[in-house]
Design a protein around this ligand. Sequence first.
Ligand code: ATR
Length: 269
Amino acid sequence: MKTIYGVFGDPIEHSLSPLMHNAAFQALGLECEYHAFRVTRDNLRDALVGAAALGFGGVNLTIPLKEKALEIVEPDALARKIGAVNTVDFKGGMRGYNTDGIGAILALKDKGIEVRGKKVLLVGAGGAARAIAYKLAWEGARVTIANRTIQKAVSLAGEVGGIGVGLDLLGELIQDSDILVNSTSVGMFPKVNETIATAEIMHPGLVVLDIVYNPLETKLLQEAKRASVGAVDGVMMLVYQGAEAFRIWTGQNPPIKVMESAVREALKR
Ligand code: ATR
């Protein structure tokens, strides 16, 4: 009998996780299947208890369930600090993890970029930023957080031992950074002409990671290319957060290239 995995969220119909994980299961010949389920916040507890009772292997959680899950599952230390769970493993109970931050770090590593000791400017202070900020700090990066609502930047920076600022000095801050990460929704479809930074304020040696993957090449990444600096797209973060969930569930090395191709093919359509 196949082991079932899934992603819970609302809305969920456009999730790329099923095709990404199913491609991985197939590539490794695992008797597993991954599906998307529309689950509201109010139904999350029932859905998780039900999935565990039905013998699911694990689930991913996405908007709007990641924070609520903390009350239901047993989170590890990182997920507890971040305040959000994106991966639940049903082996021996309901263990909660957050693989979003490691997804961003591995997306950079995939391109040969280490974050230890680097000055990283993280733009945004929302849910995604929290996961990335904690993991960056954990990995030894020097983190500055810039956010439209400055108080959120200051508060998150205080938690991870970084500096929190507003967006007004972004130009100067980028000049002083090794890595720029956009964790805001700026540039996401349909507002594809928006960007947090242009080529003029990017210096040689800078690397830009945009977690937005719709469109694949955001205006920010176009600007990075125009400035001839490193550009890493959001697909890699999506793939690596999924890959780490896959590793937690199956104990196997995730087939990264297979997962990446599945996502890129789907985004082309
Ligand atoms: P997610 O869970 O995807 O991180 P979120 O928690 O809603 O989503 O966070 C969205 C982030 O994008 C926030 O940092 C938000 O800034 P505020 O905290 O000031 O709201 C940022 N953001 C969204 N639209 C923006 C815009 N037009 N300009 C600058 N920042 C923006």
